[in-house]
Structures are given as structure tokens and as C-alpha cells.
Design a protein around this ligand. Structure first.
Ligand code: THU
Length: 142
């Protein structure tokens, strides 16, 4: 049974389970650093899991957060993210990488919650804005 460090809704608790299950599907023989993620879109009941999928080229590796996002987009098209849950087997927090943040930024209003978790449970809640207050989206302004 997960021991969460903060109070979370039943749905967020479920997202932890989905992220953890996805993490178990990781393909990370190069880093041995399994990561899981879960994305929920606004107005959609479904929870989409993702894991990191590494590659012998290293550079072609895709993080768990982007795997979850592209699965959700493939299933439902472009929607706005309601929340994201990320799990890694670290003692402390593992935060989304900057590349994932830039990709996620195109599918959200910046204030959505990000739940950071480890194998024991959810450690903390942050706002996407805490990670990426400004993102590159100037192409829309041309
Ligand atoms: N990784 C993720 O999947 N998400 C993160 O938030 C951090 C890093 C993956 C990429 C790579 O497969 C492994 O973790 C080590 O960097």
C-alpha cells in the first residue's frame, strides 16, 4: 500500500498506481533508472501511463512523461493536461527534464499540478509553472 506524504484525491492516488504500473514496463537497460508517468486530460476520464523507453543510440531515448503525453494525444488528440504524476525509485524527488517540460507546455495551461513520487508514495505537489514559468511558443505570434 502506497504511503503518500501529502493528501491526494482518489483519482490522483489512482494515477500513482497507473504511473507505477507503467514504470514496471520501462526499457532502461542503459541507465537502469526506471521512470513512470501518468497524464490526465481535462474533460477525459482516462489516465494515460508512460515509461522511459531507452535506445542504444542514447539520444533516441524518450522519457516517461513524453511517452504518457504522446499516448494520450494518440488516443484523444490535443487536449489540456489536468495533472501529471511522475514516479522514480529515488529517495528524494525526481523532476521532469527540461525537454519534457517544453513538450508538455504545448498541451496545458501553466498552472496544472505535478505530483512527484517515489516507490513509497507521492512526495509533493508542485505547479507546472514552478518548473517552467516561460516556454518557447513565439511561433504562434508571427
Ligand atoms: N527520465 C525520465 O523518463 N523522466 C525524467 O523525468 C527524468 C529522466 C529517464 C530518461 C532516461 O531513460 C533515464 O531516465 C535516465 O536519465
Amino acid at each position: 500500500m502506497a504511503k503518500h506524504h501529502i493528501e491526494v484525491s482518489a483519482l490522483v492516488e489512482k494515477s500513482y498506481d497507473v504511473a507505477k504500473k507503467a514504470q514496471s514496463h520501462t526499457h532502461s537497460p542503459y541507465s537502469n533508472f526506471p521512470v513512470g508517468a501518468c497524464i490526465k486530460f481535462i474533460g477525459d476520464d482516462q489516465l494515460y501511463g508512460g515509461c522511459n523507453v531507452e535506445n542504444a543510440s542514447y539520444g533516441a531515448t524518450i522519457c516517461a512523461e513524453r511517452t504518457a503525453l504522446v499516448s494520450a494525444v494518440a488516443a484523444k488528440g490535443k487536449q489540456n493536461i489536468e495533472f501529471l504524476t511522475v514516479i522514480a525509485n529515488t529517495k528524494g524527488a525526481t523532476y521532469p527534464c527540461a525537454l519534457c517540460l517544453q513538450v508538455l507546455a504545448e498541451f496545458c495551461d501553466k498552472d496544472f499540478p505535478v505530483y512527484i513520487a517515489n516507490a513509497e508514495g507521492i512526495l509533493k505537489q508542485m505547479s507546472f509553472r514552478d518548473f517552467l514559468p516561460h516556454s518557447f511558443d513565439s511561433l504562434y505570434d508571427i
